[in-house]
Design a protein around this ligand. Sequence first.
Ligand code: FES
Length: 506
Amino acid sequence: MTQLGIPTSYWIDSTANPSFPQLTEDIAVDVAVIGGGIAGIATAWELVRAGREVVVIEADHLLAATTGNTTAKLSAQHGLIYDRLRSTLGESTSRAYGHDQLDAVEYVAAVADELGIDCDIERRPSISYATDAQQVSAVEAEVEAARASGLPASVVYESPLPYPIAAGVRVEDQIQFHPRKYLLGLVADLVRGGSRVFERSRVVDLSEGSPCRLTTREGAEITAVDVVVATHYPIFDRAGLFSRLTPHRELVVAGPIDPDRDPGGMYITSEDNTRSVRSAPLENGGRLLIVTGESFVPGSAGIAARAQRLAEWAERHFGMRPTYHWAAQDNSTNDGLPYIGSLHLGAEHAYVATGFGGWGMSNGVVAARLLSTLICGGRPDRDQIYDPRRVHPIVEGPGFLRANLANARRFVAGRFGASEVDTPAPGAGAVVGPRGSKCAVYRDSSGQTQVLSASCTHLGCTVAFNDLERTWDCPCHGSRFAVDGSVLQGPATEPLRRLGPDDVGA
Ligand code: FES
């Protein structure tokens, strides 16, 4: 069995960790961007360039959540999306999507070049492949749809991977890079341009108007003409996105490999139980192999076992022993397109970017350029296809029903189902207690326990223990909490409630 140790992202471990102050006083700006991941930072950077006074407000630390834990493939090729978009929403939509994704890839390369950011950009082919012969026709259809959508796609039936494939879609000249090196370069530039950045400042309230007002947990108020909610899963949802976004989490293992075993591209399976593979340059001249997979719904059981499976797969096929492991979370929309634009039907100055479907590197850049154009009063070519207010009842209907039925079941099971176990082992957590008053109990390795309410502070679903990352994860919309109850990932903004002896006995 591989010893995986404490989860640590290579991207975070291999870059400096600049720190920014907490917001403790009231401020007024042109635009307030909530969230310090790729969508927030890139949007702020675009707006500073356009002459706006911008503030970035991050609840934790910049680039430490999804962006710091990504696989960092900057590619226009997103699994088998083009055939899906073309057949459900039409060729004009799939062409627009393809154009924007290709544009985002080249845009990052141009900005890095212009600002002199050394972010390990490497041009590589992107290959989405199937190993099951029954999937060959789906792959061939995707090649045709991707080509019709403007991508230089071709079909391949062999690859440098150390196992056979049935067929793959290959798109040349995409980019793998170091996301934090790139984005920390943008942060330095936007600070030089007069923008301010605040960390450990959790926004808990938004009052829309002219101007908008934001309040942080610490009591500071930000007055802003425009507000961008770039918090991954939106902390303010005024367009019913909670019912139209599905969270999923994936595990990542990484370690040095013999450079001769580097497959020299960015690969991803088009089938279930994803395996994604790329490499990255190491400081010592070697190569780091990064393998992602074992996708699961937050709140699922047996995460440590999943990580073991992924590590064993990487060792079996590439001789890689993990020196890092981490996990990344993303949200998918029902129609496959991200939500970028106005926060809700009547919103005039509040915007959102979310639902990147695991392709946040290119979609985060698409979001930044689109939102900055909208905020600056421009007329983007095709904001309608990403508009969060769009409704495609036929295309979205089945996904909407599936997600909401699943959440209803989780809510009821969490509230009224039997408790899992009575007492967790040292180093483990469990949800215990009778119906309606469940506790999330964590016992540390010395035997001390922390007892919290198991009711998620977002909408009340019951959290479950993640035995790999030692967190409490909510299955409904993906909020995550540390064992002391503090929020690690929204949409929840409030910590899990601490329980005392009276609560537990209730
Ligand atoms: Fe919505 Fe927990 S994240 S109920």
